[in-house]
Design a protein around this ligand. Structure first.
Ligand code: URA
Length: 425
């Protein structure tokens, strides 16, 4: 049935709900190129202000899933479980968790994206490994999942293509920060990826999309409900993103830190969250295990090497690190009361590790090492951040941001938990 797009915009603008037929028609027409971006932008803005009820959101998500192909993983002998993060600074957990969970017999089909803005993308990080290929056919994905259990690759163009078009439009029209639009965007890709179970990392805090716990909870609840609509067992952990995760932010630097954790070392917060997420993922597919053992005895690192090598990469290769280096030091003695994840993310991006437009190149070797964490005591002149870039202009741009990325005080801050809440399953 045909509808008038402008009538749908007006209905949503005035707070009415849209029926299933209208939503399906609107998304089909938009993906087919029959609706101009300005009309879809207006509808997205109306949704941002008015929201979508459960029925509308389900239909909207269905239409996004149906806009492309759905990966069929039913022939695999391993149970499938995926993980998705809403995006944070220094968030290299997927690089660790994917091989870690596979080491216990599950299959992790991690179809990822590139970074935009201050949060890095998993594909950009692995691109720092010489020879590694992000793009894989569906047949190759299935074969690698069967043989190794772990795949991290770029989501193919035909997986939820409605999201690719809508996300690009939302990015330039101020319509990203809408719970139903974020939830349908993330869940349509995960459902099209064919997983049996899913663990979500909903980040909250200064360096995250979600700035407060209530909003993060609402997003988590919405995604968990969409997961159950499709029979995908879904759990959401809400985790703190006030300060960066671990020490390293930037592509090659994060791969190096992930490998340290996979070999039983690395920063305590990265290890703790990796083990917590892997435990939840394994329990969702009925595997009871202590994932920490596979970090300590080398099994997870072995799977990582096999996963990288299967995609043409050399897991032992020396990774490129920016040749221009500098440090930011403490102007006085005191307790570190803030290491601002947003500022560190922006600095890392300015150093050259991130892109402003999706066609930009990223530097594999640019980034930041945070040498201190909130609660540490530092002396005047002590190094707080180490910076890496490919050239001096980038180094100076990043340095300017990092000089404002911390606060020193006379009292230590209260310690904060890494996992703030858990919802679902
Ligand atoms: N990540 C996504 O994939 N989609 C959004 O809308 C926001 C974050």
């Amino acid at each position: 049935m045909s509808h008038s797009f402008v009538d749908l915009i007006i209905a949503k603008r005035d707070g009415h709900s849209l029926d299933d037929g209208a939503i399906t028609w609107a998304l089909e027409q938009y993906v087919a190129g029959h609706v101009p971006d300005e009309q879809m932008s207006a509808l997205l803005m109306a949704i941002l202000f008015r929201g979508l009820n459960d029925q509308e959101l389900g239909t909207w998500t269905d239409a996004m899933v149906r806009s492309g192909e759905r990966l069929d993983l039913r022939q695999l002998r391993r149970p499938t479980v995926d993980k998705h993060s809403t995006g944070g600074v220094g968030d290299k957990l997927s690089l660790i968790i994917t091989p870690l969970v596979a080491a216990f017999g599950a299959a992790v089909p991690k179809l990822s994206g590139r970074g935009l803005g201050h949060t890095g993308g998993t594909i950009d990080k692995l691109d720092a490994i010489p020879g590694w290929r992000a793009s894989m056919s569906n047949e190759a994905i299935v074969a690698q999942l069967e043989n190794i259990g772990a795949v991290i690759c770029a989501a193919g163009a035909n997986l939820a293509p409605a999201d690719k078009k809508l996300y690009a439009l939302r990015d330039v029209t101020g319509t990203v920060e809408s719970i139903p639009l974020i939830a349908s965007s993330i869940m349509s890709k995960k459902i099209a990826g064919g997983t049996n179970a899913l663990v979500l990392d909903v980040k909250v805090g200064r360096g995250a999309f979600m700035k407060d716990l209530d909003t993060a909870r609402r997003l988590a609840e919405t995604m968990v409900a969409l997961g159950s609509r499709y029979g995908v067992a879904t759990v959401a952990h809400i985790t703190s993103m006030d300060q960066p995760l671990g020490r390293a932010s930037g592509n090659a630097l994060e791969v190096i830190e992930a490998v340290e954790v996979l070999r039983g070392g690395g920063p305590a917060d990265v290890r703790e969250l990796s083990v917590a997420f892997a435990t939840t993922m394994l329990s969702l597919v009925g595997i009871s295990a202590d994932p920490a053992t596979a970090l300590d005895d080398g099994r997870a690192y072995e799977v990582f090497c096999a996963m990288i090598a299967a995609q043409g990469g050399d897991p032992e290769a020396k990774l490129p690190i920016g040749e221009q280096r500098d440090v930011v030091t403490a102007p006085r003695a005191g307790y570190v009361t803030r290491v601002d994840a947003l500022e560190v993310g922006v600095a890392t991006w300015r150093l050259g590790a991130g892109r402003a437009r999706k066609e930009d190149d990223v530097s594999p070797g640019a980034g930041t090492i945070c040498l201190v964490r909130e609660g540490d005591y530092v002396e005047e002149g002590q190094a707080l951040f180490e910076l890496f870039a490919d050239d001096e202009p980038h180094l100076l741009r990043g340095r300017g941001v990092l000089e404002k990325a911390f606060v020193l005080g006379d009292q230590p801050p209260l310690p904060q938990a890494l996992i703030l809440d858990t919802l679902g399953a």
